[in-house]
Write a new protein. Structure first.
Length: 401
Protein backbone atom coordinates (compact mmCIF):
# COMPACT_ATOMS: atom_id res chain seq x y z
CA UNK A 1 0.00 0.00 0.00
CA UNK A 2 1.23 3.47 -0.89
CA UNK A 3 -0.16 6.81 0.19
CA UNK A 4 0.03 9.39 -2.58
CA UNK A 5 1.33 12.91 -2.10
CA UNK A 6 -2.27 14.11 -2.02
CA UNK A 7 -3.06 11.62 0.73
CA UNK A 8 0.02 12.60 2.71
CA UNK A 9 -0.94 16.27 2.47
CA UNK A 10 -4.49 15.57 3.57
CA UNK A 11 -3.31 13.40 6.46
CA UNK A 12 -0.87 16.08 7.65
CA UNK A 13 -3.55 18.72 7.29
CA UNK A 14 -5.99 16.62 9.32
CA UNK A 15 -3.45 16.35 12.13
CA UNK A 16 -2.80 20.09 12.17
CA UNK A 17 -6.52 20.92 12.12
CA UNK A 18 -7.23 18.54 14.98
CA UNK A 19 -4.30 19.92 16.98
CA UNK A 20 -5.34 23.55 16.49
CA UNK A 21 -9.00 22.79 17.07
CA UNK A 22 -8.44 21.01 20.35
CA UNK A 23 -5.67 23.39 21.50
CA UNK A 24 -7.49 26.66 20.92
CA UNK A 25 -11.08 25.45 21.19
CA UNK A 26 -12.22 25.82 17.57
CA UNK A 27 -14.85 23.15 16.89
CA UNK A 28 -14.95 24.05 13.18
CA UNK A 29 -11.26 23.15 12.80
CA UNK A 30 -11.82 19.97 14.78
CA UNK A 31 -14.71 19.02 12.45
CA UNK A 32 -12.61 19.66 9.35
CA UNK A 33 -9.69 17.64 10.73
CA UNK A 34 -12.00 14.76 11.64
CA UNK A 35 -13.53 14.78 8.14
CA UNK A 36 -10.08 14.73 6.55
CA UNK A 37 -8.98 11.82 8.75
CA UNK A 38 -12.15 9.90 7.94
CA UNK A 39 -11.54 10.51 4.22
CA UNK A 40 -8.05 9.01 4.49
CA UNK A 41 -9.40 6.04 6.46
CA UNK A 42 -12.12 5.39 3.88
CA UNK A 43 -9.52 5.62 1.10
CA UNK A 44 -7.43 2.96 2.84
CA UNK A 45 -10.48 0.71 3.12
CA UNK A 46 -11.41 1.13 -0.55
CA UNK A 47 -7.87 0.50 -1.78
CA UNK A 48 -7.47 -2.49 0.52
CA UNK A 49 -10.39 -4.30 -1.08
CA UNK A 50 -9.00 -7.33 -2.85
CA UNK A 51 -10.89 -8.25 -5.99
CA UNK A 52 -11.54 -11.94 -6.66
CA UNK A 53 -9.98 -12.14 -10.08
CA UNK A 54 -9.37 -15.41 -11.91
CA UNK A 55 -6.53 -15.10 -14.43
CA UNK A 56 -5.81 -17.53 -17.24
CA UNK A 57 -3.08 -17.28 -19.87
CA UNK A 58 -2.70 -19.19 -23.11
CA UNK A 59 0.31 -18.81 -25.38
CA UNK A 60 -0.20 -19.61 -29.06
CA UNK A 61 2.29 -21.17 -29.48
CA UNK A 62 4.40 -21.40 -26.33
CA UNK A 63 7.50 -22.53 -28.29
CA UNK A 64 8.59 -20.61 -31.37
CA UNK A 65 11.71 -19.97 -33.36
CA UNK A 66 13.45 -16.64 -33.16
CA UNK A 67 11.51 -14.05 -35.16
CA UNK A 68 8.37 -16.17 -35.50
CA UNK A 69 5.05 -14.73 -34.25
CA UNK A 70 3.62 -15.69 -30.86
CA UNK A 71 0.49 -14.39 -29.15
CA UNK A 72 -0.55 -14.39 -25.50
CA UNK A 73 -4.27 -14.51 -24.72
CA UNK A 74 -5.10 -13.23 -21.23
CA UNK A 75 -8.55 -13.90 -19.77
CA UNK A 76 -9.57 -12.13 -16.55
CA UNK A 77 -12.78 -13.14 -14.79
CA UNK A 78 -14.43 -11.28 -11.93
CA UNK A 79 -15.22 -13.98 -9.37
CA UNK A 80 -16.95 -11.61 -6.95
CA UNK A 81 -20.68 -12.17 -6.61
CA UNK A 82 -21.70 -8.59 -5.88
CA UNK A 83 -19.06 -5.99 -6.71
CA UNK A 84 -17.90 -4.90 -10.13
CA UNK A 85 -14.20 -4.54 -10.83
CA UNK A 86 -13.18 -1.06 -11.87
CA UNK A 87 -9.44 -0.66 -11.63
CA UNK A 88 -6.18 -0.25 -13.52
CA UNK A 89 -4.31 -3.41 -14.50
CA UNK A 90 -1.27 -4.27 -16.58
CA UNK A 91 0.37 -7.53 -17.55
CA UNK A 92 4.13 -7.96 -17.62
CA UNK A 93 5.43 -9.40 -20.88
CA UNK A 94 9.18 -9.74 -20.51
CA UNK A 95 10.35 -6.22 -19.69
CA UNK A 96 7.35 -4.56 -21.36
CA UNK A 97 4.13 -3.68 -19.48
CA UNK A 98 0.88 -4.35 -21.34
CA UNK A 99 -2.24 -2.38 -20.25
CA UNK A 100 -5.32 -4.52 -19.50
CA UNK A 101 -8.67 -2.68 -19.31
CA UNK A 102 -10.76 -3.73 -16.30
CA UNK A 103 -13.40 -1.00 -16.42
CA UNK A 104 -16.79 -1.92 -14.98
CA UNK A 105 -16.13 -5.67 -15.14
CA UNK A 106 -19.40 -7.02 -13.75
CA UNK A 107 -19.62 -9.95 -11.32
CA UNK A 108 -19.23 -13.29 -13.07
CA UNK A 109 -18.11 -11.67 -16.34
CA UNK A 110 -14.72 -11.94 -18.01
CA UNK A 111 -12.66 -10.03 -20.51
CA UNK A 112 -9.96 -11.27 -22.89
CA UNK A 113 -6.95 -9.36 -24.13
CA UNK A 114 -4.51 -10.66 -26.76
CA UNK A 115 -1.11 -9.17 -27.47
CA UNK A 116 2.06 -10.24 -29.28
CA UNK A 117 5.01 -11.68 -27.40
CA UNK A 118 8.42 -10.28 -28.44
CA UNK A 119 10.43 -13.02 -30.14
CA UNK A 120 13.22 -10.96 -31.68
CA UNK A 121 15.68 -12.45 -29.16
CA UNK A 122 16.37 -16.04 -28.18
CA UNK A 123 15.46 -16.85 -24.62
CA UNK A 124 12.65 -17.64 -22.21
CA UNK A 125 10.15 -14.77 -22.07
CA UNK A 126 8.29 -14.62 -18.73
CA UNK A 127 4.72 -13.33 -19.01
CA UNK A 128 2.92 -12.17 -15.88
CA UNK A 129 1.83 -11.82 -13.24
CA UNK A 130 -1.13 -9.50 -13.77
CA UNK A 131 -0.54 -6.41 -11.66
CA UNK A 132 -3.78 -4.80 -10.49
CA UNK A 133 -3.67 -1.31 -9.00
CA UNK A 134 -6.53 -0.24 -6.76
CA UNK A 135 -7.11 3.33 -5.70
CA UNK A 136 -9.86 5.41 -4.16
CA UNK A 137 -11.88 8.03 -5.99
CA UNK A 138 -9.89 10.92 -4.47
CA UNK A 139 -6.52 9.40 -5.33
CA UNK A 140 -5.30 9.33 -1.74
CA UNK A 141 -4.13 5.71 -1.48
CA UNK A 142 -2.82 3.27 -4.10
CA UNK A 143 -2.41 -0.48 -3.60
CA UNK A 144 -0.94 -2.89 -6.18
CA UNK A 145 -1.42 -6.67 -6.12
CA UNK A 146 -0.31 -9.52 -8.33
CA UNK A 147 -2.80 -12.03 -9.73
CA UNK A 148 -2.22 -15.23 -11.65
CA UNK A 149 0.87 -17.29 -12.28
CA UNK A 150 3.78 -16.53 -14.56
CA UNK A 151 3.70 -18.20 -17.98
CA UNK A 152 6.72 -18.75 -20.19
CA UNK A 153 7.24 -18.54 -23.92
CA UNK A 154 10.32 -20.38 -25.19
CA UNK A 155 12.02 -18.62 -28.08
CA UNK A 156 14.28 -21.16 -29.75
CA UNK A 157 17.36 -20.24 -31.76
CA UNK A 158 16.95 -19.79 -35.48
CA UNK A 159 17.55 -23.07 -37.36
CA UNK A 160 19.54 -23.09 -40.59
CA UNK A 161 18.94 -26.13 -42.79
CA UNK A 162 21.89 -28.54 -43.07
CA UNK A 163 21.92 -30.99 -45.96
CA UNK A 164 25.00 -32.98 -44.94
CA UNK A 165 25.35 -35.30 -41.94
CA UNK A 166 28.51 -36.97 -40.66
CA UNK A 167 29.17 -40.59 -41.53
CA UNK A 168 29.38 -43.22 -38.83
CA UNK A 169 32.22 -45.59 -38.13
CA UNK A 170 30.32 -48.75 -39.05
CA UNK A 171 27.95 -49.93 -41.73
CA UNK A 172 24.43 -48.57 -41.57
CA UNK A 173 21.88 -51.34 -41.35
CA UNK A 174 19.48 -49.71 -43.81
CA UNK A 175 22.24 -48.68 -46.23
CA UNK A 176 21.92 -44.94 -45.66
CA UNK A 177 25.38 -44.31 -44.20
CA UNK A 178 28.32 -46.58 -44.85
CA UNK A 179 31.95 -46.07 -43.97
CA UNK A 180 33.50 -49.49 -43.36
CA UNK A 181 33.09 -52.75 -45.28
CA UNK A 182 31.84 -54.70 -42.28
CA UNK A 183 29.57 -54.02 -39.39
CA UNK A 184 26.27 -55.03 -37.91
CA UNK A 185 24.58 -54.78 -34.57
CA UNK A 186 26.29 -55.23 -31.24
CA UNK A 187 25.20 -57.26 -28.25
CA UNK A 188 23.99 -54.96 -25.48
CA UNK A 189 22.14 -56.89 -22.76
CA UNK A 190 19.78 -59.73 -21.89
CA UNK A 191 16.10 -59.33 -21.10
CA UNK A 192 13.11 -61.54 -20.44
CA UNK A 193 11.30 -63.15 -23.36
CA UNK A 194 8.03 -61.56 -24.49
CA UNK A 195 5.50 -62.87 -26.98
CA UNK A 196 6.64 -62.06 -30.50
CA UNK A 197 10.40 -62.35 -29.96
CA UNK A 198 12.28 -64.55 -32.40
CA UNK A 199 13.43 -67.82 -30.94
CA UNK A 200 16.83 -67.51 -32.60
CA UNK A 201 17.53 -64.59 -30.26
CA UNK A 202 16.98 -66.71 -27.13
CA UNK A 203 20.13 -67.20 -25.09
CA UNK A 204 19.62 -70.84 -24.11
CA UNK A 205 22.52 -71.16 -21.69
CA UNK A 206 21.36 -68.26 -19.53
CA UNK A 207 17.74 -69.38 -19.83
CA UNK A 208 18.63 -72.84 -18.51
CA UNK A 209 20.60 -71.37 -15.62
CA UNK A 210 17.90 -69.02 -14.31
CA UNK A 211 14.83 -71.00 -15.39
CA UNK A 212 13.32 -68.28 -17.62
CA UNK A 213 13.65 -67.54 -21.30
CA UNK A 214 16.15 -64.73 -21.82
CA UNK A 215 16.53 -62.90 -25.11
CA UNK A 216 19.62 -61.15 -26.46
CA UNK A 217 19.12 -57.40 -26.86
CA UNK A 218 21.26 -55.84 -29.58
CA UNK A 219 22.26 -52.24 -30.09
CA UNK A 220 22.70 -50.74 -33.53
CA UNK A 221 26.10 -49.05 -33.47
CA UNK A 222 26.28 -48.41 -37.17
CA UNK A 223 24.64 -44.97 -37.23
CA UNK A 224 26.77 -41.95 -36.36
CA UNK A 225 26.29 -40.60 -32.87
CA UNK A 226 26.75 -36.84 -32.67
CA UNK A 227 27.88 -34.91 -29.60
CA UNK A 228 27.37 -31.14 -29.74
CA UNK A 229 29.37 -29.15 -27.16
CA UNK A 230 28.27 -25.54 -26.74
CA UNK A 231 30.77 -23.25 -25.04
CA UNK A 232 28.66 -20.96 -22.83
CA UNK A 233 31.53 -19.42 -20.86
CA UNK A 234 31.48 -15.64 -20.79
CA UNK A 235 35.23 -15.59 -21.47
CA UNK A 236 34.67 -17.34 -24.80
CA UNK A 237 32.33 -14.58 -26.02
CA UNK A 238 33.88 -11.33 -24.76
CA UNK A 239 32.24 -8.89 -27.21
CA UNK A 240 28.83 -7.62 -26.10
CA UNK A 241 26.49 -5.38 -28.09
CA UNK A 242 23.66 -3.92 -25.99
CA UNK A 243 24.35 -6.61 -23.42
CA UNK A 244 24.08 -9.45 -25.95
CA UNK A 245 26.97 -11.59 -27.25
CA UNK A 246 26.14 -12.09 -30.92
CA UNK A 247 28.79 -14.80 -31.22
CA UNK A 248 27.02 -16.84 -28.55
CA UNK A 249 23.68 -16.34 -30.32
CA UNK A 250 25.27 -17.63 -33.52
CA UNK A 251 26.72 -20.63 -31.66
CA UNK A 252 23.24 -21.43 -30.31
CA UNK A 253 21.84 -21.25 -33.84
CA UNK A 254 24.54 -23.63 -35.05
CA UNK A 255 23.82 -26.07 -32.22
CA UNK A 256 20.09 -25.97 -32.98
CA UNK A 257 20.81 -26.56 -36.68
CA UNK A 258 22.96 -29.62 -35.99
CA UNK A 259 20.39 -31.05 -33.56
CA UNK A 260 17.56 -30.47 -36.04
CA UNK A 261 19.53 -32.14 -38.84
CA UNK A 262 20.30 -35.15 -36.62
CA UNK A 263 16.63 -35.49 -35.67
CA UNK A 264 15.60 -35.26 -39.30
CA UNK A 265 17.91 -38.16 -40.15
CA UNK A 266 16.88 -40.01 -36.97
CA UNK A 267 20.44 -40.02 -35.69
CA UNK A 268 21.38 -40.17 -31.99
CA UNK A 269 22.56 -36.78 -30.74
CA UNK A 270 23.69 -35.43 -27.37
CA UNK A 271 23.91 -31.78 -26.35
CA UNK A 272 26.46 -30.73 -23.72
CA UNK A 273 26.85 -27.22 -22.34
CA UNK A 274 30.18 -26.42 -20.75
CA UNK A 275 28.52 -24.60 -17.84
CA UNK A 276 25.66 -27.07 -17.47
CA UNK A 277 26.85 -30.36 -19.01
CA UNK A 278 24.16 -32.52 -17.47
CA UNK A 279 21.03 -30.40 -17.96
CA UNK A 280 17.91 -32.29 -18.95
CA UNK A 281 14.88 -31.49 -21.04
CA UNK A 282 14.33 -30.85 -24.70
CA UNK A 283 17.41 -29.80 -26.66
CA UNK A 284 15.81 -26.68 -28.13
CA UNK A 285 14.44 -25.64 -24.73
CA UNK A 286 17.91 -25.96 -23.25
CA UNK A 287 19.31 -23.79 -26.03
CA UNK A 288 16.57 -21.21 -25.47
CA UNK A 289 17.41 -21.00 -21.76
CA UNK A 290 21.20 -21.07 -22.22
CA UNK A 291 23.06 -18.06 -20.85
CA UNK A 292 26.67 -17.02 -20.57
CA UNK A 293 28.26 -17.92 -17.25
CA UNK A 294 31.25 -16.38 -15.54
CA UNK A 295 34.24 -18.35 -14.28
CA UNK A 296 33.38 -18.38 -10.53
CA UNK A 297 29.91 -19.80 -11.20
CA UNK A 298 31.32 -22.41 -13.55
CA UNK A 299 33.89 -23.62 -11.04
CA UNK A 300 31.19 -23.97 -8.38
CA UNK A 301 28.87 -25.94 -10.68
CA UNK A 302 31.58 -28.38 -11.70
CA UNK A 303 32.60 -29.11 -8.12
CA UNK A 304 29.14 -29.21 -6.51
CA UNK A 305 26.94 -30.78 -9.17
CA UNK A 306 29.00 -32.77 -11.62
CA UNK A 307 26.35 -34.50 -13.74
CA UNK A 308 28.82 -36.81 -15.49
CA UNK A 309 29.75 -38.59 -12.31
CA UNK A 310 32.17 -38.08 -9.46
CA UNK A 311 33.66 -34.61 -9.32
CA UNK A 312 36.85 -35.90 -7.78
CA UNK A 313 38.43 -36.44 -11.17
CA UNK A 314 36.55 -33.73 -13.03
CA UNK A 315 39.54 -31.45 -13.42
CA UNK A 316 41.07 -28.45 -11.76
CA UNK A 317 38.79 -25.86 -10.24
CA UNK A 318 38.20 -22.93 -12.56
CA UNK A 319 38.72 -25.04 -15.71
CA UNK A 320 35.20 -26.18 -16.62
CA UNK A 321 36.11 -26.82 -20.25
CA UNK A 322 38.89 -29.19 -19.25
CA UNK A 323 36.54 -30.97 -16.86
CA UNK A 324 33.87 -31.44 -19.54
CA UNK A 325 36.36 -32.63 -22.15
CA UNK A 326 37.84 -35.05 -19.65
CA UNK A 327 34.41 -36.55 -19.01
CA UNK A 328 33.64 -36.73 -22.72
CA UNK A 329 36.89 -38.59 -23.29
CA UNK A 330 36.08 -41.09 -20.55
CA UNK A 331 32.44 -41.72 -21.43
CA UNK A 332 32.62 -41.61 -25.25
CA UNK A 333 29.08 -40.43 -25.89
CA UNK A 334 29.44 -40.74 -29.68
CA UNK A 335 31.80 -40.87 -32.63
CA UNK A 336 31.45 -37.31 -34.01
CA UNK A 337 32.03 -34.30 -31.77
CA UNK A 338 31.12 -30.73 -32.74
CA UNK A 339 32.55 -27.94 -30.56
CA UNK A 340 30.96 -24.48 -30.91
CA UNK A 341 32.69 -21.51 -29.30
CA UNK A 342 33.61 -17.86 -29.66
CA UNK A 343 36.75 -15.84 -30.35
CA UNK A 344 37.81 -15.85 -26.70
CA UNK A 345 38.40 -19.62 -26.74
CA UNK A 346 40.80 -19.76 -29.68
CA UNK A 347 43.66 -20.88 -27.45
CA UNK A 348 41.52 -23.70 -25.99
CA UNK A 349 41.15 -25.56 -29.28
CA UNK A 350 44.36 -27.47 -28.61
CA UNK A 351 42.58 -29.37 -25.83
CA UNK A 352 40.27 -30.96 -28.39
CA UNK A 353 43.16 -32.96 -29.82
CA UNK A 354 43.06 -35.22 -26.76
CA UNK A 355 39.57 -36.35 -27.81
CA UNK A 356 40.69 -37.86 -31.12
CA UNK A 357 41.22 -41.38 -29.73
CA UNK A 358 37.66 -41.40 -28.37
CA UNK A 359 35.99 -39.45 -31.18
CA UNK A 360 37.25 -40.26 -34.70
CA UNK A 361 35.68 -37.06 -36.06
CA UNK A 362 36.13 -33.76 -34.21
CA UNK A 363 35.05 -30.43 -35.69
CA UNK A 364 35.29 -27.01 -34.05
CA UNK A 365 33.53 -23.82 -35.15
CA UNK A 366 34.75 -20.42 -33.94
CA UNK A 367 32.28 -17.57 -34.38
CA UNK A 368 33.19 -13.94 -34.91
CA UNK A 369 36.97 -14.22 -34.77
CA UNK A 370 38.60 -11.44 -36.77
CA UNK A 371 41.93 -13.28 -36.98
CA UNK A 372 41.84 -16.14 -39.50
CA UNK A 373 43.17 -19.48 -38.33
CA UNK A 374 44.42 -22.59 -40.07
CA UNK A 375 41.78 -25.08 -41.19
CA UNK A 376 43.14 -27.72 -38.81
CA UNK A 377 44.50 -27.47 -35.27
CA UNK A 378 45.89 -30.46 -33.37
CA UNK A 379 44.16 -32.78 -35.82
CA UNK A 380 40.82 -30.99 -35.38
CA UNK A 381 39.00 -29.45 -38.32
CA UNK A 382 38.32 -25.76 -37.54
CA UNK A 383 35.66 -23.60 -39.20
CA UNK A 384 35.98 -19.83 -38.85
CA UNK A 385 32.54 -18.39 -39.45
CA UNK A 386 30.71 -15.15 -38.76
CA UNK A 387 27.22 -16.37 -37.93
CA UNK A 388 24.85 -19.32 -38.07
CA UNK A 389 24.09 -18.98 -41.78
CA UNK A 390 27.77 -19.09 -42.70
CA UNK A 391 28.22 -22.08 -40.39
CA UNK A 392 25.51 -23.96 -42.31
CA UNK A 393 27.26 -23.20 -45.58
CA UNK A 394 30.67 -24.29 -44.29
CA UNK A 395 29.18 -27.39 -42.66
CA UNK A 396 27.70 -28.57 -45.95
CA UNK A 397 31.08 -27.94 -47.58
CA UNK A 398 32.89 -30.42 -45.32
CA UNK A 399 33.52 -33.46 -47.53
CA UNK A 400 35.55 -35.57 -45.19
CA UNK A 401 34.89 -36.09 -41.50
Amino acid sequence: MKITSRGIGLLVGAGLLLLLGFRFGYPELTLLGTAAAIAVGCAVGVAAWRPRLQVERRADPDRVGRGEPATMALTVRNGDRFRSANMIAEDQCGSRPVPVPLLRLRPGRDTTVSYPVPTHRRGVVPVGPLRVTGRDALGLVVMARAHGEVAQVWVHPRIHPLSAVPAGVARSMDGRIDRVPHGSITFDSLREYVVGDELRRVHWRTSARIGELMVREHLDTSLPRLVVVLDDRAAAHPVLVDGVAETFESACEAAASVVAAARREELPVALVLVADPGGGGDFLDRLAAAELRTAPALARDVSDGDPFGSAATAGPAGDPLGAVLNRLRQQRLGDTLVFLTGPGARDDLGQLGALRPAYPSVLAAVFGDLVPAPGETAGVRVLDVADGAEFASEWDGVRRW
